[in-house]
Design a protein around this ligand. Structure first.
Ligand code: SAM
Length: 225
């Protein structure tokens, strides 16, 4: 999978992309992430990518031309399955959407700033708008990274244990069962006996029941879906 991220603050993306699982996925050639500095597509000498809103009011708006130039340059090189704008008023990002997007080959993610992008960007170039939740962040870089991480870990071969992404919370509308590791007794707080029994069938039953109990307690809405 190839993901191109368009940002006017590309350095915000550096750390998360160069460590841990996302780095390993790129090193293994399973995931390619390319970051594009929107200012490289500005034609004015100050590399401005924003301007005052027509009609007045506070805040700046990201201009259509630099974004259009950047997206067109990418689309001239290859075809993209989706051109996604990260936006608080987009469709809420949830696990089924992550699963669906992880099957695609080429994605563009556009990170906004200020008051957001000129509406014509959304009308002309964007195929999908995604929100990571009902709150407003100052830029789309963190939401873009949320998508890259959620999608990247679903690509076969990225996680060490092939099966583990499918056992995570929200797959099958269930939260994950509690997990424990050594020591078996921490200051008198012990691990459930069944996990030490070596009886795999009983362990699976305990995990299924615990996941169901936890979901009923913390997220009963998931069981209605
Ligand atoms: N005026 C915009 C509004 O109310 O919808 C908010 C703009 S926000 C300050 C700047 C940028 O951050 C947005 O263009 C978007 O790319 C990103 N952003 C902020 N919150 C987000 C969220 N919950 N999900 C996805 N992107 C978000």
């Amino acid at each position: 999978m190839r993901i191109d991220i368009i940002s006017c603050v590309p350095r915000l993306l550096e750390g998360p992309l160069s460590h841990s699982i996302l780095k390993r996925a790129q090193d293994k050639g399973l995931l390619e992430v390319h970051v594009h500095d929107l200012r490289d597509y500005a034609e004015n000498k100050h590399r401005h990518i924003d301007d005052y809103p027509f009609g007045g009011g506070p805040g700046m708006v990201m201009m259509v031309e630099p974004i259009a130039r950047c997206i067109r340059a990418l689309q001239a090189e290859r075809s993209y399955d989706e051109v996604i704008y990260l936006s608080p008023d987009g469709e809420t990002f949830r696990q089924p959407l992550a699963n669906q997007l992880s099957l695609l080959n080429n994605l563009i993610l556009l990170a906004g700033h200020y008051k957001g992008v000129d509406q014509r960007v959304r009308d002309l170039f964007i195929t999908r708008e995604i929100s990571i939740g009902d709150y407003v962040l100052s830029g789309g870089e963190l939401p873009a990274l949320v998508l890259v991480d959620a999608l990247g870990r679903l690509i076969p071969g990225v996680l060490g244990d092939e099966g583990s992404a499918l056992l995570d919370a929200f797959q099958d509308n269930l939260l994950d069962a509690p997990v424990y590791t050594r020591p078996a007794d921490f200051e008198g707080h012990t691990v459930p006996d069944v996990l030490l029994s070596g009886h795999q069938r009983n362990i699976e039953d305990w995990r299924d029941q615990s996941a169901l109990d936890k979901t009923r307690r913390l997220r009963p809405d998931l069981l209605q879906e």
